[in-house]
Ligand binder design. Structure first.
Ligand code: SDX
Length: 392
C-alpha cells in the first residue's frame, strides 16, 4: 500500500506542491518513481511499464500491462490533416518549435468539451498524447531533414517504433538491434519524471486553470526548451565538441569558475541534486553499451570522462556541490544513436510527457485543487498621482 511517508528531501522548501509520484533526495542523489529506485527501474522495467506506474501508482500486472500497451499502440497514428500543419513550418525550423506548435494544435484535432470528466480527460491524454508524441517527434525530425514520413508500425515496441519512424526510409529494409532499442527505452525511463522541475510546474500551473491537456503539455515543452533546463543536453554536447580535446579542458574549467564569464559547464550542477544525479550514472553505462554495440570510438566521450574526473576533484566544483546531471552523457548517447543535437530536447520532451501527464492527472484528481496563483514580493513605486504629459 502507498503509505503517507514524509521523507527528508535534504532541503527546506518555502513553496511546495504535495505529490505522491516522484521523490528526490538531493543530498543522497536518490530518485524514486512511486517508491521504486530509478536505477532499479532502468535496469528491469520498460518505459510503458514506468508510464503506467507514474500515472496509476503501481506497476501493472500482466493483464494491465497488455491492455495499456495495446491502447497506446493503437493510437500512434496522427490525423492526416496534421501533415498540412507540419508543412507550414520552414524546413529549418527547430524541431522543438514543431513539437510546441503541433502538440498545442492537437487541441484543434482531438479535444472537445465531452472530455471534461477526469477519467475522460485522463484517457484522452494517455491515448492521444503518450501514443502520438513519438510520431510527432519522428515527423519533426523527418521534416527537418527532408525525408518522407514513416508511419508507425504497431508490431514494434514503443522504442523500436520510434527509432524506425526516425531512421528507416521506404527504399530500404530497417532493423533495430535489441541493444539499441533497450538503450532508447532506458533513456526514456531516465527522463520520464523529475518532481516539480520548471516544466512540470508549468504544466501544473497551466492545468490548474482547466486548460486542455494538449495546451498544458505544449506549455511544458516550451519551458523544457530552455538551455538551463531540457536544452542543456544539446548545449552540453556542443560544449564538449567546442572543448574538442582533453588538453583544452583546464581552459573551460577556468572559465566556469570565472564570475565575470557567463560560461557554465553544461551538464553540471542542479537545483536539487547536491550529489551525483543517479540518472547520469545510468546514462554513462548506456553510453558505453551503445558505443560498444555500434563499435564507435568517440573522442568526445574521452573528453567527457576526463572533464568529469577533473571537475569532481576540483575544489571549486566540490565546494559548490556541482556534479554531472542527466544531461552530461545523454548528448553523447543520442549522437551515437544518430540524432542531431536539435533533436536532443525533443527526445527529452517525448519521455517527460509521461511525467507531465502523471502530475497533471494527480492534480485533476485532487478535489481540493484550485487555480494556481503565485504571489510576489512587490518592490516597485509607492502609490502616486498621475502627472499630465505637458508637466513631465
Ligand atoms: C535539468 O529541475 C530539474 O529537475 C531539471 C531536470 C529535470 O529532469 O527536469 O533535472 C533537468 O534541467 C538538469 C539541469 C540541466 N542544466 C544544465 O546542465 C545547465 C548547466 N547547469 C547550470 O545552469 C545550473 O547548475 C542549474 C541551472 C542547473 C542550477 O543553477 P543554480 O540553481 O544557480 O545552481 P546552484 O544554486 O547549485 O549554484 C551554486 C553555485 C552558483 O555560484 P554562486 O552563486 O554560489 O557563486 O554554482 C554555480 C552557480 O553560479 N554553478 C555553476 C554551474 N551550476 C551552478 N558554475 C559553473 N558551471 C555550472 N554548470
Amino acid at each position: 500500500q502507498t503509505g503517507h511517508f514524509t521523507f527528508d528531501p535534504g532541503y527546506t522548501s518555502t513553496c511546495s506542491t504535495e505529490s505522491q509520484i516522484t521523490f528526490i533526495n538531493g543530498n543522497e542523489g536518490q530518485l524514486l518513481y512511486r517508491g521504486y529506485d530509478i536505477e532499479d527501474l532502468a535496469e528491469n522495467s520498460t518505459f510503458l511499464e514506468v508510464a503506467y506506474l507514474l500515472i496509476n501508482g503501481e506497476l501493472p500486472n500482466q493483464q494491465q500491462n497488455t491492455k495499456f500497451t495495446n491502447t497506446i499502440t493503437s493510437h500512434t497514428m496522427l490525423h492526416d490533416q496534421i501533415e498540412h500543419f507540419f508543412n507550414g513550418f520552414r524546413r529549418d525550423s527547430h524541431p522543438m518549435a514543431m513539437m510546441c506548435g503541433t502538440v498545442g494544435a492537437l487541441s484543434g484535432f482531438y479535444h472537445d468539451d465531452t472530455h471534461t470528466t477526469v477519467d475522460a480527460a485522463r484517457d484522452m491524454a494517455i491515448h492521444r498524447l503518450i501514443a502520438k508524441i513519438p510520431t510527432i517527434a519522428a515527423r519533426a525530425y523527418k521534416y527537418s531533414i527532408g525525408q518522407p514520413t514513416v508511419y508507425p508500425d504497431n508490431s514494434l515496441s514503443y522504442a523500436e517504433n520510434f527509432l524506425k519512424m526516425c531512421f528507416s526510409v521506404p527504399a530500404e529494409p530497417y532493423k533495430v538491434s535489441p541493444t539499441i532499442a533497450r538503450a532508447m527505452d532506458k533513456i526514456f525511463i531516465l527522463h520520464a519524471d523529475h518532481e516539480q522541475n520548471a516544466s512540470t510546474s508549468t504544466v501544473r500551473l497551466a492545468g490548474s486553470s482547466g486548460a486542455n491537456p494538449y495546451a498544458c503539455i505544449a506549455s511544458g515543452i516550451a519551458c523544457l526548451w530552455g538551455p538551463s533546463h531540457g536544452g542543456a543536453n544539446e548545449a552540453c554536447l556542443k560544449m564538449l565538441q567546442e572543448i574538442g580535446t582533453v588538453d583544452r579542458i583546464p581552459e573551460f574549467i577556468a572559465r566556469a569558475k570565472d564570475k565575470n564569464d557567463p560560461f557554465r559547464l553544461m551538464g553540471f550542477g542542479h537545483r536539487v541534486y547536491k550529489n551525483f544525479d543517479p540518472r547520469s550514472r545510468v546514462m554513462q553505462k548506456v553510453a558505453h553499451e551503445v558505443l560498444d554495440e555500434l563499435d564507435i570510438s568517440n573522442p568526445i566521450l574521452d573528453v567527457a570522462k576526463e572533464l568529469e574526473k577533473i571537475a569532481l576533484e576540483d575544489e571549486y566544483f566540490v565546494s559548490k556541490k556541482l556534479y554531472p546531471n542527466v544531461d552530461f552523457y545523454s548528448g553523447i548517447v543520442l549522437s551515437a544513436l544518430g540524432f542531431p543535437t536539435s533533436m536532443f530536447t525533443v527526445l527529452f520532451s517525448l519521455a517527460r510527457t509521461v511525467g507531465w501527464i502523471s502530475q497533471w492527472n494527480e492534480m485533476l484528481e485532487d478535489p481540493s485543487q484550485r487555480i494556481g496563483r503565485p504571489r510576489q514580493l512587490y518592490s516597485g513605486a509607492e502609490p502616486r498621482v498621475y502627472t499630465p504629459l505637458n508637466k513631465r
